[in-house]
Design a binder for this molecule. Sequence first.
Ligand SMILES: [Fe+2]
Ligand SMILES: [Fe+2]
Length: 470
Amino acid sequence: MSSIDYQERIPNNVDLSSDRRLQRALEAWQPRYLDWWMEMGPDGWMENEVYLRTAVSVDRDGWARFGYVRMPEYRWGIFLADPEPDRRIGFGDHYGKPAWQQVPGEYRHDLRRIIVTQADTEPASVEQQRLLGSTAPSLYDLRNLFQVNVEEGRHLWAMVYLLHTYFGKEGRAEADELLERRSGNPDRPRILTTFNDPVQNWLDFFMYTMFTDRDGKFQLLALAESGFDPLARTCRFMLTEEAHHMFVGQTGVGRVVQRTCEVMQEHPDADPREFGAIDLPTIQKYLNQWASSSTDLFGAEVSSNAANFFAEGLKGRAWEERYEDHVAAEGTISIEEPDGDRLVEREVPLRNAMNEVLRSEYLADNQKGVDYWNKILRKHGIDFELRLPHRRFHRSIGLYAGRFFDPEGHPVDEATWRRRQYEWLPSEEDREYVSSLMRPVYEPGRFAGWIAPPAKGINGKPLDFEYVLV
Ligand SMILES: [Fe+2]
Ligand SMILES: [Fe+2]
């Protein structure tokens, strides 16, 4: 089951050739996908050979093969994790019943909505990142950008497979619309706000892969628990690919921090900007921006949709097996709700707070990444601590939207926010400075002056390997 058939036009491990109608439908979607990729994928790099990994099996070890590929020739395909024999629904009202191999009719609408919302983020991120290839700080980083991009494309394939296979005509229409929306386009935007925000430079990109891709990880963890087995298996394999995206973000920011530390050690009394590094307060502001925007992606703190999705067995919690009570019909969670200019504790039924439960897991995972950066600061003897902003800071969705909080989560009035917002978020001037550093460095083994080289290369290759043939 786990071997992937690369003889087919669409590589897959789902025995696609046994379902002619489905195969034809997906083969008709494929050229439209490629048109979208050529129009909205990495701008100006379609002819270059890139040292990429391609999935060759869904086994945990040795699932990927590395080699030079031109991106339009990447073998996007459909890979599901192997089925678990006699898998049972792990949570909600149907707890303990056999997992569904077909869509339960009464949940068709909700399930489609969940899949389309996840699917839409995949091409959106490719669109957001499409111009970054002209300013990469090294060939190593350029290759990592493209690896992330082709895998987000594959994640779109993963979701489109589900839409085509299980949702009939409506599913096919949704699959077409996924190629029609455009990140940041006011007339036909991507579904979620963060996926319409501009990713202007490489500091944005590293923060994005750290914080926004990590939202993806937690959404996938929750969907990997789904009682709809094909969705669970699809998400389980996507998680294997996703890990690399967060590695790119966490180590990318870490290397920026490291370079800044080195400059500060050499020139203790100077502004690191004088020596072409990114000063720590600016790094903190970018962190605040992307962490807060990505925190919004979990949705409202109190949500009847979240309660329904859980009750229905469609979307669980990350690592559901770690909980004792999988039904969660009882119990509450305490949430701090704004009331005038104070915060009051309110008990919310657990199922209605499932977004908040997932968000808390996400924030704890974020904190580990921030701790890793702070270790780099300490190792260099720099007295500065990067901090994850409070979950209330700079929110556009949920209970805290439309109100003002400082990065510690204390309520502030609007006048204070206006006066201090650029102490907390990148100003126009900060963005101009960071952008001024973004010049391509495409000699093998060389790195831009604002970022340290990584600890090691890709797949055992040296740092001066030609990761992209330019
Ligand atoms: Fe993805
Ligand atoms: Fe990703």
